[in-house]
Design a protein around this ligand. Structure first.
Ligand code: RRO
Length: 328
């Protein structure tokens, strides 16, 4: 668990001693190898196969798909996105073609051609949903599922599931039983006061890891029409505005479960932010809203920045800094 592989280049210094520079941030999350710990978050440029290839060639370590539901959903009326100070508020409303179409039409056609793992995000609203979804995923070639238990503005999904601990536990148990060779991660929200208890339910039900956090429930109002701006009224706040909250959740999760895999997400916009998440206890991180501002170049920027930092600070691998902010 949490073991990273690293490639070293040994070079001779002027005084004849040897220095080793890390050249790669390759990691293993349980049994799955990632060329680096920077994962495209769900909901960003992850709807069609051509976008998957674009993201892969930009240097991402893995891709999380848009969340899919058992049945097709249209999503909310426009506008579905608006600016916020230091971020964005989206109210997409979980639009997707349904898991069967998505897996058969998109995932199966690329899964063997793309050189990074594809993580399927699913948004069940019941145990029955997840049972049927698991059947569809079984022979898809996928190996990693992210259960979305945290969308803040679609009734019956996301936060509704997180708020019902016994259903959440059963959803995880059924998924893990049906997809026993898959990694099962659960994406949670900061909209809970009992983080440790919910994390305990998630891990004791068989999940391999937690992704923290989804967007924060938010609203924007137009002062001239005097109405909420977004078609769905409420939306999810993302971007730098939520980074300290996401970082706090990762830090607390690591305090309670230092041996478990935690993936951080929320407002990460630079390699410095990434380092903060690793120090807080994240084994990997997901990248979302910043892509709207910096494009896909962010993956190279993160990779180069983190490698330079580790070399400058004298570390041999990213594993050596995970959770370091807890040593005092
Ligand atoms: O589709 C959405 O509106 C959405 C989802 Br499923 C989610 O998990 N988080 C979010 O901010 N938006």
């Amino acid at each position: 668990m949490k073991k990273s592989l690293r490639k070293l280049e040994t070079k001779c210094t002027r005084n004849g001693s040897f220095l080793s520079d890390i050249l790669s941030l390759e990691i293993n999350i349980e049994n799955i190898k990632l060329r680096n710990p920077f994962i495209l978050a769900s909901g960003i440029l992850d709807v069609t196969p051509s976008l998957f290839f674009r993201v892969a060639s930009s240097g991402a370590g893995a891709i999380v798909t848009k969340t899919v539901t058992l049945e097709e959903r249209k999503g909310f009326d426009n506008p579905v996105i608006t600016d916020a100070p230091c971020g964005l508020i989206n109210s997409m409303g979980l639009p997707n073609p349904g898991i069967k179409y998505f897996v058969n039409k998109y995932v199966k056609s690329i899964i063997d051609k793309i050189d990074i793992p594809i993580i399927l995000s699913i948004g069940p609203s019941s145990v029955k949903d997840v049972y049927e979804m698991s059947n569809i995923v079984l022979d898809s070639g996928l190996k990693w599922i992210e259960i979305n238990a945290s969308c803040p503005h679609v009734k019956g999904h996301g936060l509704t599931v997180l708020g019902d601990e016994s259903m959440l536990g059963e959803i995880i148990r059924v998924t893990k039983k049906k997809l026993s060779n898959f990694l099962i991660f659960v994406k949670i929200s900061a909209h809970i006061t009992n983080l440790a208890k919910i994390a305990e339910t998630i891990f004791s039900s068989g999940a391999d890891g937690i992704v923290a956090i989804n967007t924060l429930r938010a609203i924007a109002i137009d002062i001239w029409s005097k109405k909420p701006i977004l078609g769905g009224i409420f939306g999810g706040l993302s971007g730098p505005a939520i980074k300290p909250v996401a970082l706090r959740c990762v830090y607390e999760l690591y305090q309670y479960f230092p041996e478990k895999v935690i993936i951080g997400v929320g407002g990460i916009s630079s390699w410095r932010d990434a380092i903060e998440f690793f120090l807080a206890g994240a084994s990997a991180i997901q990248i979302g809203s910043v892509i709207a501002f910096k494009d896909l170049n962010i993956f190279k920027e993160l990779n180069d920045g983190v490698i330079k930092y580790l070399n400058k600070e004298g570390y041999d691998s990213i594993n050596e800094i995970i959770g370091l902010a807890h040593r005092f």
